[in-house]
Design a protein around this ligand. Structure first.
Ligand code: NAP
Length: 292
């Protein structure tokens, strides 16, 4: 079997077109969606992510604000900026690019953002609402994965789903979203005893590990849907410097029925869902202004 490839770029382009249309309508009503991005330090990967997010905003007709601080900035300066943005009614989404330098508590920074502007969906309040199956801003990467699965009519109800990774930003919310849609979910992590035992019985496998080519074809059930969240830069070999996922694409595509590539899979959908959350936040402000 050779798997069909789930093209995240194509899906993202389609969804972003709809987002841009809706943004235009809101802007005509006097509320232009606006995302504020805070970057601390000079981590090259973070700088690229921020640049891509700002560019995506501009392309969708959003306003974007970018604040860059030196890596040794005092936390209170960043907290003051967050407070200012929280209080600014023209700002609908606030994002602090992670990771932060060691002298910051990431939890405290994320909790400083108003939950109503937490378009990354990382605030404990939004995570709690997600757990309870209530309306919230959902973390962009797992939510993007759910949109990708929906776009291909992947049956989630009753499916055995295995998520490898239990981070707060990907693994855990991913598992919760799959559970909410009726999958039987297993979460695997570094302490899992026999990983292949779990992955080989999964109808849907999501790899969010951070290790290049970690999930190989022999670990996958024939016909499974394989989602590769990983973004790794290869350090050695003929492909050194290139991006690759957590899935060994070459062997996995021979066993799976549907697979996401890296690059061009989950990544473009993550930024798309960030736009979707920011648009939704702006919509809520517009509805409030209209007295709804
Ligand atoms: P993370 O916080 O480092 O979490 C990695 C998870 O993998 C942990 O739960 C860890 O288990 C687990 N793990 C590590 N080694 C393992 C092993 N040998 N067997 C089983 N599980 C193992 O990473 P993350 O933030 O979730 O990100 C995961 C990957 O997704 C990274 O490559 C990241 O760059 C990528 N990512 C991509 C996007 C996107 O837009 N596509 C967005 C976010 C992240 P423990 O908890 O036991 O340590």
């Amino acid at each position: 079997m050779t798997a069909r490839i789930l093209d995240g770029n194509a899906l993202a382009a389609k969804v972003r077109e709809d987002i841009a249309k809706d943004a235009r309508v809101l802007t005509e009503q006097g509320i232009q969606p606006c995302l504020a991005v805070i970057l601390v330090g000079e981590n090259p990967a973070s700088s690229v992510y921020v640049r891509n997010k700002v560019a995506a905003c501009e392309k969708a007709g959003f306003r974007s604000l970018k604040f860059v601080f030196a890596s040794d900035v005092l936390p209170e300066i960043v907290f003051a900026k967050i407070a200012e943005l929280n209080a600014d009614p023209s700002v609908h989404g606030i994002l602090v690019q992670l990771p932060l330098p060691k002298h910051f508590s990431e939890d405290q920074v994320l909790e400083a953002i108003l939950p109503t502007k937490d378009v990354d969906g990382f605030h404990a309040e939004n995570f709690g609402l997600l757990l309870q199956g209530r309306k919230a801003f959902y973390p962009c990467t797992p939510w993007g994965v759910m949109k990708m699965l929906a776009s291909e009519d992947v049956v989630i109800k009753g499916a055995e789903a295995v998520v490898i990774g239990r981070s707060n930003i990907v693994g855990k919310p991913m598992a919760v979203m799959l559970l909410a849609q009726g999958a039987t979910v297993t979460i695997c992590h570094s302490q899992t005893k026999d990983l292949s035992f779990h992955t080989r019985r999964a109808d849907i496998v999501v790899a969010a590990v951070g290790r290049p080519k970690f999930l190989t074809g022999d670990m996958i059930k024939p016909g499974a849907v394989v989602v590769d969240v990983g973004i790794n830069r290869l350090q050695e070999g003929p492909d050194a410097g290139k991006l690759c996922g957590d899935v060994d694409f070459e062997s996995a595509k021979e066993v799976a029925s549907l697979i996401t590539p890296v690059p061009g899979g989950v990544g473009p959908m993550t930024i798309t869902m960030l736009l979707a959350n920011t648009l939704e936040s702006a919509r809520r402000v517009a509805a409030k202004a209209a007295g709804n």
